[in-house]
Write a protein that binds this ligand. Structure first.
Ligand code: MF3
Ligand code: CO
Ligand code: CO
Length: 248
């Protein structure tokens, strides 16, 4: 079930990926203190559908919204609702859109107003983890080199790397093989192939790597110690000589 995309399929995939990127830029321009997470979701729904795409999350395994909006101690899969975004919060917004029969998936962590130096650093390191992971990445690279790069960078700052959730392949389905962990041993795992499209998505915690799955809503993932967490994700195409980031 490991799909390598043809050039034609890659062309089709560019559009949903571009729409996801633009949606996140649009959210970045409008997100502010005083807004509810539901209002962020409305922005996302509006932008995606206005561009002729479909929010893949909506109805996915019963998920009730177009975006995952995860504030501070929420790691991922925050269900949009009445929570009011406050000055000093960090808010991860994760979006998947489908168009042309293909998906694009990306996430950013936005800093709202006056964010503490401690949280700023966390957000910046989560982003850096992604770029460390794609350094030198190309066809033939062992899969777990990605996780090794993420883990090494995050842990050098004393942060916890979430293990219970991983990146993934993407294409006609939002989640395809292979799983792309954010931890691992260098030089191990399958060799990446040209034409593979994968989501690399470090989830980095200020404290423990341990997370809790909310049993009531079935979705919300929070840090076990309630310390903040940051998420950064892009859809990446593997080429013979490097990578192309489709959602940047
Ligand atoms: N976008 C998420 C990912 O990166 C998946 C969200 S599924 C949902 O894999 F149903 F929670 F939206
Ligand atoms: Co995502
Ligand atoms: Co993803």
């Amino acid at each position: 079930m490991l799909s390598v995309k043809s050039e034609q399929e890659i062309e089709l995939m560019r559009e949903p990926c571009r729409i996801v990127k633009e949606t996140l830029e649009y959210v970045g321009k409008h997100i502010c203190a005083g807004m509810t997470t539901k209002e962020v979701d409305e922005l996302v729904y509006k932008y995606i559908t206005a561009n002729g795409a479909t929010p893949s999350s909506l109805g996915y395994c019963g998920y009730p919204a177009s975006a995952c909006v995860s504030v501070n101690e929420v790691v991922v899969h925050g269900i949009p609702g009445d929570r009011v975004i406050e000055d000093g919060d960090i808010v991860s917004v994760d979006i998947t859109a489908e168009k042309n029969g293909f998906n694009g998936d990306a996430a950013r962590t936005f800093m709202i107003g006056n964010v503490s130096e401690e949280k700023r650093r966390l957000v910046e390191v989560a982003r850096e983890c992604f770029f460390k992971a794609i350094e030198g990445l190309k066809a033939g690279t062992p899969l777990f080199d990605i996780g090794y790069a993420v883990q090494t960078h995050a842990e050098s700052h004393g942060y916890g790397v979430v293990r219970a959730l991983v990146g993934h392949g993407i294409g006609r389905e939002m989640h395809e093989d292979p799983s792309v962990p954010n931890y691992g041993k260098k030089g191990t795992g399958m060799r990446l192939k040209a034409g593979m499209t994968i989501c690399i998505e470090p989830m980095i915690n200020m404290g423990t790597y341990k997370v809790i799955f909310d049993k009531r809503d079935g979705w919300t993932v929070t840090t076990a110690d309630k310390k903040p967490s940051a998420h950064y994700e892009n859809t990446v195409l593997i080429r013979e000589d490097g990578v192309e980031i489709l959602t940047l």
